[in-house]
Design a protein around this ligand. Structure first.
Ligand SMILES: [Cu+2]
Length: 131
């Protein structure tokens, strides 16, 4: 890597960390969204919506088991690392667009199981418990 590329990377990292820090502070206010408001069942498919910005919201969702389920992860001007989404149990890892909706098929969960999502650094997380 040449010096210019290296300094671009360094500057990007510094800006990135600053934004992550600021968004992390904002995330504290938005983390209180209640579970249950983010689930919709349409044509036999359960859709669970998670907002990704300065962390994931809601942090904990209780959803229905035994029904085909899709996770919708929404970003909206998200410049922090919550765009780097990892759902280890299904082998999912992707950098989401800064604004958009990512639909992830998570299959049909068994009762009593849960699914955990994190940012790639493990700093932010959310979980979905299936009843
Ligand atoms: Cu992170």
């Amino acid at each position: 890597m040449n010096k210019i590329a290296l300094s671009i990377v360094t500057v990007s990292l510094v800006i990135g960390i600053g934004i992550i820090f600021l968004d992390g502070l904002k995330g504290v206010e938005t983390a209180g969204v209640q579970s249950g408001q983010n689930i919709e069942i349409r044509d036999g498919v359960q859709y669970i919506t998670i907002n990704a910005k300065g962390g994931y919201s809601p942090r904990v969702t209780t959803a229905e088991a035994d029904i085909p389920t899709k996770l919708i992860v929404k970003t909206n001007g998200t410049y922090d690392c919550s765009t780097a989404l990892v759902i280890r149990s299904i082998g999912y890892q992707k950098i989401l667009p800064q604004t958009g909706e990512e639909v992830i098929d998570i299959g049909t969960a068994k009762p009593g199981t849960s699914l955990a999502g994190t940012c790639s650094m493990g700093m932010y997380n959310f979980s979905i418990n299936f009843d």
